[in-house]
Design a binder for this molecule. Structure first.
Ligand SMILES: NC(=O)c1ccc[n+]([C@@H]2O[C@H](COP(=O)([O-])OP(=O)(O)OC[C@H]3O[C@@H](n4cnc5c(N)ncnc54)[C@H](OP(=O)(O)O)[C@@H]3O)[C@@H](O)[C@H]2O)c1
Length: 235
């Protein structure tokens, strides 16, 4: 029988959203949605992963470090012969990324930049000394990206956003698991970034996702959904 998951890493999507489904507000400064207990949950997810993916817009707006924070978790990885943290991965069409961004400079881990074919030369020139630039075709398809990650040895991928990237993984049926933390307030600003874009998603009123777990983390609630048959074995 053909394995529908062959050549793809087990993929966990994670985000924290407001009660009205926003990932951020419109202000320049990053909106804090999560709390300490939820951040610790995300740190464990990172420690369990081989790679973390965020979209280029998140690299530009949030300047995330994407490192494992807890020294005990770092030690555990090192003792198991793994790198201190997951490989950092981003995807871009424009390839307009600041080489000084923490994505490139923080921590002693590898970084991969998946680019649309036309911007590979520009990305190589600006970022080639700091990261491996990968030609991901035109247009970039997430399926191709995850298959390339798998070929590089990534067996467990954590996708941390933003909404554009999460939307593609969900619409393309590439997610095995979704972890959404819900923060107890509203953003109420239609100009802000929503969790997902409009689109056709595999989970509808007629095909409901399976809620596998709920967890209270201070005033944030985690909703954990099993999105594929792999969840039971690998989740
Ligand atoms: N609350 C949370 O958990 C959370 C987590 C992460 C992010 N966020 C928030 O989400 C917002 C950013 O989300 P976003 O949806 O605007 O952006 P995003 O998903 O972070 O990144 C989108 C960018 O990624 C690149 N990209 C994505 N798919 C591509 C494809 N198929 N081909 C080529 N390039 C592709 C493009 O980069 P180029 O523009 O470079 O071409 C695109 O503009 C920020 O406000 C951030 O704070 C919140």
């Amino acid at each position: 029988m053909v394995d529908p998951y062959a050549g793809r890493p087990y993929t966990v999507l994670n985000c924290c959203m407001s009660l009205d489904g926003y990932l951020d507000d419109s202000a320049e400064q990053r909106l804090v949605l999560s709390g300490p207990a939820d951040l610790d949950r995300v740190d464990q997810l990172r420690a369990d992963s081989d790679a973390i993916l965020v979209g280029a817009a998140t690299v530009r707006s949030d300047n995330p470090r994407l490192l494992v924070r807890d020294p005990a978790r770092v030690q555990e990885r090192l003792a198991a012969g793994r790198p201190a943290g997951p490989v950092k991965v981003t995807v871009t069409g424009l390839a307009k990324l600041d080489p000084e961004a923490d994505f490139f400079t923080a921590g002693d881990v590898d970084a991969l930049v998946y680019c649309a074919s036309e911007t590979v030369p520009a990305a190589e020139e600006a970022l080639g000394a700091l990261a491996t630039v990968v030609d991901c075709g035109r247009p970039v398809r997430m399926r191709r990206l995850v298959e390339d990650l798998h070929a590089r040895g990534v067996r467990r991928l954590l996708v941390e956003g933003g909404g554009t990237v999460l939307s593609q993984f969900l619409a393309d049926g590439l997610a095995d698991e979704l972890q959404v933390a819900v923060a107890p307030f509203f953003v109420g600003d239609r100009g802000a970034r929503r969790f997902v874009d409009d689109g056709a998603y595999p989970w509808t009123a007629a095909r409901r996702a399976r809620l596998a777990e709920t967890r209270v983390l201070d005033d944030v609630v985690l909703l954990r959904y099993a999105l594929s048959d792999r969840f039971e074995a690998e989740g």
